[in-house]
Design a protein around this ligand. Sequence first.
Ligand code: UDP
Length: 348
Amino acid sequence: MKILVTGGAGYIGSHTIKKLGRQGHELLTIDNLSTGHRGAVLFGDFKKGDIRDPVFLRRVFSSFRPQALVHFAASVIVPESVENPLLYWDNNISAMITLLRAAVEHQVKMAVFSSSAAVYGEPEKIPVTEDHPRRPANPYGMTKLVGEGILADCDLAHGLKSVCLRYFNASGVDPEGELVEDREVETHLIPLVLKAAIAAREKKHRAKGRGHSGGKELLIFGNDYPTPDGTCVRDYIHVNDLAQAHILALEWLSREKRSGVFNVGNGRGYSVRQVIEVSRRVTGLPIPSRDVPRRPGDPAELVASSEKIRKVLGWKPEIPELEKIISSSWNYFSKQVAGSRKQVAGNQ
Ligand code: UDP
């Protein structure tokens, strides 16, 4: 199949490209490289450009003539969306409208969209099924919900069939060691926990050598949530299992020619403290942490029901264990140097 991938140089995009490429699909990635890495696109062609640019898009669509669109390109950081909502409406909605206009003009009939568990907001019941009320708790989740709505309208009006994948917490890194999880500004829990582990390792090393100390601690955002240990609970899913959901979604779209919405999660929740605990075991390092106030926009608990995607798409995670997910990240992060990247969201 000829597939146009937006945001294919990013974390989930690049892992998906690797799987799609190995299946022999003809791929073109477009990415403005605002957060992605050109070197992470291991298969197909690449064009640098912005999906808000209709002239660029028209050129791409008319020369490549894709049969399907996989749309990753978006801003994805919850706290940033709370601070700068207009950036999110622009990057995630204005851009998507421009992209879909080009797709419809060029008769694209299939799309896979990166939606998010953030569309649910604070769930009424766990695990969350796809028909759970959608009440996003932050602007990021709101833009994803609106994105789903735009696609539903494009199906009715233009026959553009889509699968919206509601990602839970994407984590882990390519176990074959070819890809990266490398953000200029890191806000995600597992990378920050592992960076704190690296800082602890270097501190130990320095203390042995020159008596110099320093290093980062992991800030735990909120210890008063209505969860067993008071910290937020999330459903962490390996990025390769997430990537596989896109492959199955494309196969389903070609076969069934109808639209659908699916959660992609493991159906098991872990608290922030549990993630730190498992990471201590995986790394063998202390990982200093400190409790601080809640971060705005964080729901207490988000755990997927993955029954629908298992039943309808035949999806099954290959790396569901948190320990293995964190190990795959540690394989990558343990080779990085502490402090080589900026850390934000209070974790400086
Ligand atoms: N979190 C934390 N300290 C950090 C980063 C994240 O306590 O330095 C918490 C965050 O408040 C949330 C969970 O870890 O409850 C997962 O956050 P992440 O940003 O990784 O993903 P999100 O669930 O926001 O998409």
